[in-house]
Design a protein around this ligand. Structure first.
Ligand code: NAD
Length: 366
């Protein structure tokens, strides 16, 4: 028998239930989970969702487990969390290393425990269990939509745009598909096994088929093999880190050759790197709390549909998603123009201010 250590951190409970994904990864730490929970608070607040932030994690490499073991681990995690989670307390979702199927097992475990079906306990579920249309691709669709909007602001035509993407999981692959559909050329993709570069453009659907059967991009022949470090330093219009935190550091920030850095991952840029990029002044950052917010926005839609038992079509989901992203982008741009500071600071100050306002308005119960 093996015992795995896992966590759940609820960061802010003032504005509604807390909300956040569950990560299965061998490098999970309590500090990392807490940081991700805090980011969720600012993100939900920035885009106007009635949620606080939360995050969960288990120290495990899911690739080392059989399907049966993965199911046991997922169910046991939810079993341990039954007293702390709830549709009006704390709502879970997929994250790195977890997926729709795992959310289905967790929803089933919670529902069995309380004695009735409770789809609103997790989002990112299979459609058959009350998942939302458009949820699987929501984060990537949102990243691509915002990239296109910022390219429009910079007057760079999308069909003259080259894109390098680190990470080819849910977010990376869906961003690649959506940006490809807009007309951008995806020149590099990667996963933890390596990176692939093709200046003529990677066939993203071919890469997805490859991963479906081979599990990873290892030995993918749709491009020249390079390293993940080389990918980050490629000449491209848009660089999309869509894997893990702290990949843009003070070691490589000065070497980036992109015009737009779209932070699809949470926390891909260290503070030191952020300062270097700001001093350079030639790279537009779309900060993580704005850039990848499409996922939690459609998770919110899923939760609403579960609570009302009334389900929406894909078009409705996507139209409402883009509407919220437009509002959030406009608010961030206005904040940046007003205070003349970075876009990251604009996004964070807006998110933090709204949480502070909610806390102040509630006051302290004596
Ligand atoms: P995922 O597990 O589906 O995919 C992660 C990808 O990153 C995989 O392709 C993996 O091989 C790759 N990877 C891992 N380590 C790597 C490394 N060292 N170098 C290169 N590639 C590496 O996870 P995901 O859901 O796509 O999440 C990716 C990022 O997006 C995370 O930072 C996550 O917190 C963030 N995010 C996800 C969502 C969502 O809806 N899934 C929403 C918001 C933010």
């Amino acid at each position: 028998m093996t015992v795995f250590e896992g966590y759940r951190v609820q960061h802010n409970l003032s504005s509604g239930p807390s909300k956040g994904g569950i990560r299965f990864h061998q490098h999970v730490t309590l500090g990392e989970v807490a940081a991700l929970a805090m980011w969720m608070s600012w993100k939900c607040s920035l885009v106007g969702l009635p949620y606080g932030g939360a995050k969960g994690g288990v120290i495990v490499n899911p690739n080392d487990l059989s399907l049966n073991e993965l199911e046991h681990l997922s169910r046991r995690y939810m079993q341990e969390m039954v007293n702390f989670l709830g549709p009006h307390i704390d709502v879970a979702a997929p994250g790195v290393g977890t997926n729709e199927r795992i959310m289905g097992w967790m929803m089933d475990t919670y529902s069995n425990h309380i004695g009735h079906v409770s789809p609103a306990i997790v989002t990112g579920k299979p459609i058959a269990l009350g998942g939302s249309q458009g949820r699987r691709g929501a984060t990537g669709a949102g990243v691509a939509y915002l990239v296109k909007k910022y390219l429009d602001d910079l007057k760079i035509p999308i069909n003259a745009t080259t894109v390098a993407i680190q990470g080819f999981g849910n977010v990376g692959s869906e961003t690649a598909l959506s940006l490809g559909d807009y007309g951008a050329k995806i020149i590099a993709i990667s996963d933890y096994t390596g990176a692939y570069y093709n200046p003529k453009g990677i066939d993203v659907r071919q890469a997805l088929n490859y991963v479906q059967f081979q599990k990873t991009l290892r030995d993918f022949d749709g491009g020249e093999a390079i390293t993940n470090e080389q990918l980050l330093e490629l000449t491209c219009t848009v660089l999309v880190p869509a894997a893990l935190e702290r990949v843009i550091t003070d070691q490589n920030a000065a070497k980036l050759k992109c015009r737009v850095l779209a932070e699809a991952a949470n926390g891909p840029t260290t503070n030191a790197a952020d300062k270097i990029i700001e001093a350079r002044g030639d790279i537009e950052i779309i900060p993580d709390v704005l850039c990848n917010s499409g996922g939690v926005i459609v998770s919110y839609f899923e939760w609403l549909q579960n609570l009302s038992n009334f389900y929406w079509g894909r078009e409705e989901v996507i139209t409402k998603l883009f509407g919220i992203l437009d509002q959030a982008k406009a608010a961030v741009d206005a904040q940046q123009a007003k205070f003349q500071f970075s876009r990251r600071l604009a996004a964070l100050t807006l998110g933090i201010q709204r949480v502070a306002d909610a806390k102040a308005a509630r006051g302290l119960f004596p």
